[in-house]
Design a binder for this molecule. Structure first.
Ligand code: ARG
Length: 466
């Protein structure tokens, strides 16, 4: 099976090798199949490195210029799809360098001075993940705006609020939509924090120990938009915590998306009819003509499984690795690529769905009034008007709920005589607190569901997201 003896040694590092690798070794070892996604970052890193080598006198400026120009040609070839990636050349770093040699000849061999693939891949991957943080932040801004528009339209629409998915208290549509704006804003700040922390440049750490060449790491860091160079070369080539932070933030965000996705699945059902999803985000059934399935919502509910899977995978890959670089770490990329693609698609889909959905205001209002949703308002009235301790008020209200339930009516349908049969202090005034509109209007505490408070929060978010 093995074909090793016939193959030739690797042209980039094969000096001490008499033969090339087994074909299966090539297959397990090569990362070019996926790390070609890093080509723009790899070329940017190399161009910054070459310019710095010239500025510090390590390379002649004519060699550095030839390298810089040649790298731009490689970039345009890959951009245009005119580049043949070679598995024998293992990864993006050696594919680019080898093509550079075809293009400019001998000076290409000087590019790798004072550098290793270890710091090269660390800088490429950081640049890529940094871009993904920016993309996630943008996607979250768009999604927050979509929720905010829903909140603004329905600031005072009454709907049932749930705990345990059982009717709890009436709330406002705007309040429910803004709950997601709050969650997504925290998601966004997690990506911003992660971006800030990862924004240090590992280039120049070389293989692991730094280099004896008089390089200027501040120069390459600045050229690549980093805040500063990393301070420890061993750490620089061996950690992937920046990728883990990205994955962790992505997982939390996807968890939030999955919760709203589940609400959409429930709310769009014939039994709830709280919202209507547009045709753009639903599918039909091949056998049941009446069906409009919330497939996008269901998929969004599932995406966390995939993103969290990538997160667990990378933690498991990194766990227990002795410093510094080990080839295990090559397994980081596919996980992060897939999770990032999944997150960006999920954010875009959720933004479209939220923008297109229509709340069924009448159904929400009717549903808000069912299930004794104003029982807490009744108990609070007993405390306020009759000075009952809350525990007693709770008991009296519970008895009234049981009475209404036995008569198959709602709390406002009980007569004053029936009310008084449970507590004779109750007066006609109690009926004023049993309506859902009154209920939500009374929840004026800061962060509460009253339309007044919700309107204030809508205004705050409009300023913040402008
Ligand atoms: N393809 C490698 C990776 O993704 C690049 C770094 C390889 N370094 C090395 N010393 N083999 O991790």
């Amino acid at each position: 099976m093995t074909n090793s003896p016939k193959t030739t040694a690797n042209q980039m590092w094969g000096g001490r090798f008499a033969s090339g690798p087994d074909a299966i070794m090539t297959a397990i070892n090569a990362s070019i199949g996926f790390d070609q996604r890093l080509y723009a970052q790899d070329i940017a890193g190399s161009r910054a490195h070459a310019a710095m080598l010239a500025a510090t006198g390590i390379l002649t400026s004519s060699d550095a210029e030839a390298i810089g120009e040649g790298l731009l040609t490689v970039l345009s070839e890959i951009d245009a799809g005119n580049f043949t990636f070679s598995t024998a050349l293992e990864d993006i770093h050696m594919n680019v360098e080898s093509r550079l040699k075809d293009l400019i000849g001998a000076p290409a061999g000087r590019l790798h001075t004072a550098r290793s693939r270890n710091d090269q891949v660390a800088v490429d991957f950081r640049l890529w993940v940094r871009d993904q943080c920016d993309a996630a932040i943008q996607g979250l801004n768009a999604l927050m705006r979509a929720f905010l528009a829903q909140a603004e339209a329905g600031t005072d629409w009454v709907m049932p609020g749930f705990t345990h998915l059982q009717t709890a208290q009436p709330v406002t549509w705007g309040h429910h939509m803004l709950a997601y704006v709050e969650m997504l804003a925290r998601d966004k700040s997690r990506f911003e924090d992660a971006r800030r922390r990862m924004n240090e440049c590992p280039l120049g750490a070389a293989a692991l120990a730094g280099t004896s060449f008089p390089i200027d790491r501040h120069m390459t860091a600045a050229a690549l938009g980093f805040d500063r160079p990393t301070a420890n070369s061993l750490d620089s080539v061996s950690d992937r915590d920046f990728a883990l932070e990205f994955l962790s933030a992505s997982s939390i965000c996807a968890m939030h998306l999955s919760r709203f996705a589940e609400e959409l699945v429930i709310w769009s059902s014939a039994q709830f009819r709280f919202v209507k999803l547009s045709d753009k985000w639903t599918t039909g059934s091949s056998i049941m003509p009446q069906k409009k399935n919330p497939d996008a919502a269901e998929l969004l509910r599932a995406k966390l499984g995939r993103i969290l899977g990538a997160t667990v995978a990378l933690f498991t890959i990194m766990k227990g690795l002795a410093l510094t670089y080990s080839k295990d770490m090559q397994e980081d990329k596919e996980q992060v690529f897939d999770a990032a693609d999944t997150l960006m698609l999920a954010l875009a889909a959720m933004t479209g769905m939220v923008g297109d959905m229509t709340a069924n205001r009448e159904v929400l209002a009717t549903s808000a009034a069912s299930g004794f949703s104003t029982a807490t308002d009744l108990a609070d009235w007993l405390v306020r008007a009759l000075n009952l301790p809350f525990r007693d008020a709770h008991h009296v209200t519970g008895t009234l709920v049981a009475l209404a339930e036995s008569k198959a009516c709602d709390l406002p349908d009980l007569s004053i005589t029936e009310m008084k049969s449970v507590h004779d202090g109750i007066t006609q005034e109690v009926y004023s607190v049993l309506g859902v509109e009154n209920s939500v209007r009374s929840r004026m505490s800061y962060g509460g569901t009253s339309p007044t408070r919700v309107a204030e929060q809508v205004a705050r978010w409009k300023t913040l997201l402008a």
